[in-house]
Each structure stands twice: as C-alpha cells, then as structure tokens.
Design a protein around this ligand. Sequence first.
Ligand SMILES: [Zn+2]
Length: 270
Amino acid sequence: MLKYLYPDGKFKALTFSYDDAEVGDRRLVTLFNEHHLKGTFHLNDGKFDTGNYISATEVRDLYKGHEVACHGVMHKHPAIMSTTEAMIEYSENRRRLEELTGGLVRGLSYAYGEYSDEIIGVAHSCGLVYSRTVMSTYGFRIPADFMQWHPTLWHGDERLNELIDQFLNLPDYVELPLFYIWGHSFEFDRNNNWEIIEKATDRLAGDDDTWYATNIEIYDYITAVRSLIYSVDGKTIHNPSAQTIWVRNTNASGDGNVIIRIEAGATYTL
Ligand SMILES: [Zn+2]
C-alpha cells in the first residue's frame, strides 16, 4: 500500500502564517530563523512606512527564506468591497509585493477572515492560488480547497499546547499531517506574551520527521501529489510535475517499508 510523504521522506509538516506586516514581524522572523522554521507573511503594502508597520525597503531582506504573500493593499473588508475594489485590493497588492521581493507572489489570507464565492473568484483571477481563513480545525488535515484553507489554530488559542502534544506524538498511519499556526506578531507586543511563541517554537523545532515549510511550498507539493497520473491497476505512476514526490510503499518487498522517489517528469512502475 502506498502512502505519501513530504519532501525528503518526512512524515509531517509545520507551517506558520502571520498577517498585517507590523514591526513585531522583525522579532518573529528572527525567532523563526534561529529555530530553522519557515513562515508565510501576509502583508498590506498600503500600510508600509506608516504607524507601527514595517517599511517597504526592508521587505526583501526581512522575509528572506520565508514567503511573502497578499493580505490586500489596505486591509479592506472582503464582505464590504465591490468586485472592482477587490480586484484592485488583490492585484495591486500582488504587483507591489512582487516588485519589492523580486519574486512571484501567489498566496493570500483574507482580511478579517471574511470571504465569499465572489471574493474567491476575484482572488483566483488575480493569480492567487490559496487563501487562509481564521477558522480553526484543531486538526492536521490538508484542505480540500486551498482557497478556503482553514488553519489548525490561532497561536493564542488555549488548546495550543494540547495540539503541539498531539502533533509531536502522531501515529504513523496518518497521511501527510500538517500543523498550521496563524496569528499577528503585534499580539505578542500588545499582550506582552512572546513566551507563547518562544515556547511553541522551542518544542516544534529540530525534528527530523518534520518538513518546515512555507504555505506556498505546502500548496505546491500537494498540488503536485494531486497531479500524479495512475494506471488503472495502480502500478504505473507518472509524475508530470516539476518536483519529486516521496512515497512509502508498505508491502513492496517484504521488509514492508520502502521509500520511493517519483522524480519530476518520470514514470515509475511498482
Ligand atoms: Zn489582517
């Protein structure tokens, strides 16, 4: 029986998502870097260089090694915006962040967690491929629809430590478990509780079984897994994507535990 694994044969994945681009991101990125963790930062470019927000000129260096993604130019309410406003809010945000980072920007999180079918359509047509909500699942499942990507939980949730315990002790029959934590870095400054994220990162870092990834890296890998082409008997698998897919075959050759790499563009026969 085949079971998918994450890149390099890792069993589980952890990702973080932080919104708004306030100056607390500097301390948070430093913390992530010290622990070799990866995060996605959803930025409102219209707020740069005002109030408590970071400056446009620091975007490229500050978030290096992490993902920069959209959150709207001005953090307008998705439930109130017209379609035209939404197009500007997302496409201009994307254009500016691509200009500042010099890379592709394809992710979104909904301001205030608000969205609708119409907003999803606009975001998609602006080239955004996933969007995070604020609805906790308290679980580790891959989202069926990446435009409604519900996180495991908010970092301030009273169940955080319980979920970390569960994630660190997952049974190995679970397939592609993902722990997704979200929040705002300004909450740690406002509530003077940086120890929440410091303790969480201490507990979650440095695990050889965990793939530490940005939101878009998770999206790209799962999309590649979903694109695999199988023969009817399930024994021939073609990988048309641009990345290697890792699979565990639990009954291939008697030892019950063979790890297979299906290379980009390759056809593999079991
Ligand atoms: Zn926000």
